[in-house]
Structure formats: C-alpha cells, structure tokens
Unconditional design. Structure first.
Length: 228
C-alpha cells in the first residue's frame, strides 16, 4: 500500500506577495525570473511574461492547468512555465517553484559548478550541495525535465548559464530557500584559494543521505518529505 500525498496549496495573493519580495530582496530585476503556486483546485498560478514586478497586480497573474493550458488570465504566462510545471507534476508534495537571477548563485551557474554546502543551515534547508543542471534551452520542455530531475532530494538547483531555482510547500517557503543565496556568497568567497570542507561531510558521505535530524528539519521547513 502506498501513502497518498496531499499536495500543499497556496493563493494568488501569496504568489504575488512572494514575487514582490523577490524584487525587494534583489533576487530579480525588471521582468526577469518567475514564480508559481499550486492552487486548491489543482491548477497553477504563474507570474506573467514581460510584466515588471513593481507594477504587477493580481489581475496580471495567469492560471494554467498542469499541462500548461491557460485557464484564467488576460496575459501570457511566463515563457518558462515548463520549468515550474515539470516539478509540480513530478512532486505532488511541492506547492511552489521560484526562479531567480540571484547574483552570486548565477556566478556558480555560469561556471557550471555546484554551490558547496559549507554552511550547516544549507544542509537543513536545501538538502546539501546545490547541484548545477546540464544546459538546456531557456523555456524548453527539456529544461523543465532536467531541473525536476535534480529536485528529488534538494530544495534548490542551478540552471547552467542562467540562474537559480528553489522550491517548497508554499511561495514563502520556496523563497526562504534563498538561504542558498547567502550560502553562495560564502562558498564562493574562497573560490580559487581552497575548497572549504562540506558541512556534515562525514555524515553526507554515504550516498548523499542526510543526517536524520537534518532530514527531519528539511521536512518541517519545506513541507515535503525527504527522499529515503
């Protein structure tokens, strides 16, 4: 018998609020980046294409089904909708996906390097190193599937030559995983001089499994079960 996962849901208001915070915290500029939230009716709320965050309103948001067909809204959804829908289809325990162009994370993405888990809280909130996905074209179905494949036991992944994706049970929790943004500044500060040891390196050396307490905390913070 398999356990049935009840998908977490959110509201349009929460999606818009997180979008505004992305801008306020310097994670995006202009119309870059995008955000999604799973709605109670099984549909998905997406940020629109080419609408600045500072003027974005609830009426600008676009509602689609899990196949990407527009159900509600006058605007076009983000061109990177497949990035969100692939993860939400594959992981019913997720309620939100956020894509940003956080500066330091993007530096790692340009170098095609994972962000090392040199701070313990990153192990707790993200699950370990933030992996870098193979390069796929922006807005492509292939990119969506590539990213989803890296989020099975991680709360964040880098898009090669592009930026950062984080996920969680709600937009707020997906945004909270921006801790990877602080982490990348610290992890990159010694880049080229030495490789700092990974946090919990001894415990994480066995097939990438997290320490029990870290897995429990990751579950509590993200609202999703961790991989066994």
């Amino acid at each position: 018998m398999t356990d049935t996962i009840t998908s977490p849901t959110t509201t349009r208001e929460a999606v818009l609020a997180a979008a505004k915070r992305m801008l306020a915290e310097g994670l995006v500029e202009g119309t870059s980046g995008n955000i999604s939230g799973r709605l109670p009716d099984g549909l998905v709320c997406l940020s629109p294409s080419s609408v600045p965050y500072d003027t974005m309103t609830l009426e600008d948001l676009v509602v689609v089904d899990l196949d990407g067909a527009v159900v509600e809204g006058e605007r076009s959804p983000t061109t990177e909708k497949d990035l969100h829908l692939a993860a939400l289809r594959r992981y019913p325990e997720l309620g939100s996906v956020i894509h940003t162009h956080a500066v330091y994370a993007t530096m790692f993405a340009l170098a095609h390097e994972a962000i090392p888990a040199v701070i313990e809280e990153v192990v707790v909130y993200v699950g370990g190193d933030v992996p870098c996905c193979d390069y796929k074209g922006t807005g492509s179905v292939e990119l969506g599937e590539e990213v989803a494949g890296h989020l099975a036991d991680r709360g964040a992944a880098l898009l090669a030559n592009h930026g950062l994706v984080t996920c969680g049970a709600t937009p707020e929790k997906a945004l909270h995983t921006r801790r990877a943004h602080r982490q990348d500044r610290v992890g990159g500060s010694g880049h080229g001089r030495h490789d700092p040891p990974a946090a919990g390196q001894g415990e994480l050396g066995h097939g990438g499994r997290l320490p029990l307490r870290a897995r429990q905390l990751l579950t509590e913070e993200s609202g999703r079960p961790t991989a066994k």
